[in-house]
Write a protein of this length. Structure first.
Length: 749
């Protein structure tokens, strides 16, 4: 039993949302380390904590009443025992369905206002362009920024609607209540106008002057100070609401001014720092965001978990600006903080969940560096924590989804290692969880899209196994789900883009099955959607890049159909868009690599048409870009592999031109890189396959030179690797075909 003589008592109250502070009774309340209790007829309750002292962290285990749900969940994520026996946070409950209904209303209004705002801003920009007030370049840049803002804000709509739905009007300032009521009714402009008339920035200045006057008087009256400070807190909440409404209506500069003002008001308030940092980060104000988060890491009152989160954000920001080494260092700092907290509080889900997130960030960063073994290490640690959280809280949607994501990460990394059976197992586990989540929440668009992605993952792994029938079934399901999402909102650019990608997967599968007619139909559908998306958002480079890839798919299909002229036309379109995308950001290695691939396709087509000199020109351009990409990061295995392919292509074209000296030169350069790749990771099936193919190419030259002992040596090496590949993945028909061919040639030597 607990020894109550040494127990810390914490008193609190339970109230119903938006009920004029109506108390609720019979609410079951349990915190870790406390005696379970229930609220009385006045909503009051007492918690007794044995063996704990004031200032220690306490964690909610259960707040439950039949027919109700907890509204202010976030308030209970981190709490400390107070020294004045007050819990410090009232428990706010709502009847089940109330929050979801309000959330849908807020989402609908926000979505409508966001789209309307986008169209207004685009129209205004076009008018400036037509009036020659801005140049084409300025118009293009501003339109791109506008689209980025829309995409970012659309992703946050669910979070914003959830926040507004949980606002308890009983506890907010009258102006806040009035403004949010207007917003909910769809009168967004009126809500902003009412807040602007109040002139919150001026009012804050007055509050600050009053604070200073009280301090300077030398006779601080506690009540007067408390009243002013309470007013400041109310104005902070109002400024945050006004900033959120400005953001929703594309008044980013106005919102930024308010967040700047908040920091002037109090640059030490951790809540303000968190809100401002989040805004700056989301709106690409990288320097301001980094400054805020660095201030949090040095804050004397910041909790270790707050510092850890700040390091996580610093890592994310540095990933966005391309400083992966700095990001890795920041993520490592965050992991160290959370590991210490987790060691101290091994059963607290908050620390466990955030440590899991920290591990996956480290895994993703190591993946970007090509450090697959380190990535696997962190993904496995992420999985273990995600599994524990899910098993402890099996009804928690976020934890179930997190476990599903951990399976995806493990599946992806084992695919890279060539452990395809393991990959399949992980992808199937992810699919099962995603399917359950979707069945439990069929209206949740993110979970529906998650199931579509999971289906696509299984389609890809079955494609690798050569089981195209199963792959087709999963790609069909993925496409069906994406089509439902698109049909629910045909103006949603992300839904349209996802549907286009799903059609592309179907096209790839039908092409592999030999049904070129169906493949061509799906590639055309995909290209049509990508064209619409790109034309509606002409400055969005990602949409333009997707359109370029769709042209590449069409070109590949026409090559198989033997229509080289049509193929050439699509490859030229692909190359033109690839050049435009590359010119937007010449430092973007993915865009540069895409342009390199477009040159390769043009080279292959001209080679097939007999235009060997033109083919050589494109292969040389492809190799030049491949070298530039490789030089950006010589440790990046993907870039190295791309360069190796370019050397092979040059060797093949010189072989076709009859120049065996240069052929041998480039094949030898190819095999050097292929060996480096293989030695960097002997378990990677792609690297093993690349080296085996390199040996086959060298063997072909040796045979042409009638150097049979050397040819036999190269083929023996190729046979060894193809046999290993076949043993790893006996279902892969390509590996079996290569092995049979090599063994047949060896039998004749």
């Amino acid at each position: 039993m607990y020894n109550f003589s040494f127990a810390q008592i914490q008193k609190g109250i339970v109230r119903e949302i938006n009920s004029d502070k109506k108390p609720l009774n019979n609410v079951a309340i349990k915190f870790d380390g406390s005696v379970p209790t229930t609220s009385d007829d006045k909503g009051n309750f007492r918690l007794a904590f044995a063996g704990k002292e004031a200032g220690e962290l306490i964690f909610k285990e259960e707040i439950k009443k039949s027919g109700y749900e907890l509204v202010n969940k976030k308030a209970f994520e981190i709490l400390k025992l107070s020294s004045n026996d007050k819990l410090g946070v009232d428990i706010i409950l709502a009847k089940k369905g109330i929050i979801e209904l309000a959330k849908k209303e807020y989402y609908k209004i926000s979505d409508k206002e966001l789209l309307a705002g986008l169209e207004r801003e685009k129209k205004a920009l076009k008018e400036q362009l037509d009036a020659e007030k801005i140049s084409e370049n300025e118009y293009s840049a501003q339109l791109t920024a506008l689209q980025e803002q829309y995409d970012w804000q659309w992703k946050l709509l669910d979070e914003l609607a959830n926040k507004f739905a949980r606002v308890n009007f009983d506890d907010v300032d009258s102006l806040y209540k009035e403004a949010l009521t207007l917003f909910k009714a769809g009168n967004v402009t009126e809500a902003i106008t009412k807040m602007e008339k109040t002139n919150l920035i001026s009012r804050i200045d007055t509050r600050l002057e009053e604070r200073q006057r009280i301090l300077n008087s030398g006779n601080i009256i506690a009540a007067q100070k408390a009243e002013n400070e309470a007013g400041i807190r109310e104005d902070i909440a109002l400024i945050q609401l006004q900033a959120e409404l400005y953001t929703l209506t594309y008044r980013i500069d106005d919102a930024e001014e308010l967040y700047d003002q908040l920091l002037k008001l109090d640059s030490t308030d951790l809540e303000i720092l968190g809100k401002a940092g989040g805004f700056y980060q989301a709106n690409h104000r990288y320097n301001k965001a980094l400054l805020v988060y660095h201030n949090v890491t040095k804050h004397t009152k910041a909790e270790p978990w707050e510092i850890a989160n700040a390091y996580g954000h610093i890592g994310e920001l540095n990933v966005e600006i391309g400083l992966l080494e700095v990001a890795l260092s920041a993520y490592t700092e965050g992991v160290n903080k959370y590991e210490n907290l987790f060691e101290k509080y091994p059963d607290e889900f908050f620390f466990k969940a955030n440590l899991a997130t920290s591990y996956v960030k480290l895994g993703e960063t190591h993946t970007a560096f090509g450090n697959l073994n380190k990535a696997l290490y962190f993904f496995e640690k992420y999985y273990e924590l995600a599994r524990q959280l899910y098993e402890s809280y099996p009804m928690n949607v976020d934890f179930k989804n997190s476990l599903a994501i951990s399976y995806v990460r493990l599946g992806e990394i084992h695919t890279a290692f060539g452990n395809l059976n393991k990959s399949l197992d992980f992808f199937e586990k992810s699919y099962q969880l995603k399917e359950q989540l979707y069945e439990e929440h069929p209206m949740n668009v993110n979970l529906k899209h998650g199931l579509a992605v999971s289906s696509s993952n299984l389609g890809e792994i079955y494609t690798t196994f050569g089981d195209l029938s199963k792959a087709l079934d999963f790609f069909k399901l993925s496409s069906l789900l994406e089509k439902e999402l698109y049909d629910s909102n045909v103006t949603n650019v992300n839904f349209k883009n996802n549907l286009a990608i799903s059609y592309e997967k179907l096209g790839d599968t039908y092409k592999a099955l030999g049904d070129l007619s169906k493949a061509l139909d799906f590639f055309k559908l995909s290209s049509l959607l990508e064209k619409e998306v790109s034309e509606n958002y002409p400055t969005n480079v990602n949409f333009k890049n997707n359109l370029a890839i769709s042209y590449e798919k069409l070109g590949d299909t026409y090559i198989i159909l033997g229509d080289f002229n049509k193929a050439l036309d699509f490859f030229e379109k692909r190359s033109k868009l690839g050049q435009e995308v590359h010119d937007v950001d010449t430092t973007n290695v993915n865009f540069k690599n895409g342009l390199a691939i477009s040159y390769e396709k043009l080279g292959d087509t001209h080679k097939a048409l007999g235009n060997l000199n033109k083919a050589l020109d494109f292969f040389e351009k492809r190799s030049k870009l491949g070298q530039e990409v490789h030089d950006v990061d010589t440790t990046n295995v993907n870039f190295k592999n791309s360069l190796a392919v370019s050397f092979m292509k040059l060797g093949e074209i010189y072989k076709a031109l009859g120049n065996l000296t240069k052929t041998l030169y480039f094949f030898e350069k190819n095999v050097i890189l292929a060996k480096e790749l293989y030695e960097s990771d002997t378990t990677n099936v792609n690297f093993k396959n690349g080296l085996a193919v390199s040996y086959v190419k060298l063997a072909q030259i040796a045979l042409m030179q009638e150097n049979y002992p050397k040819a036999k040596g190269y083929l023996k090496q190729a046979e060894k690797h193809f046999a290993e590949l076949h043993a790893i993945s006996p279902e892969n028909v390509q590996f079996k075909g290569y092995l049979d061919t090599v063994q047949e040639v060896l039998s004749q030597l």
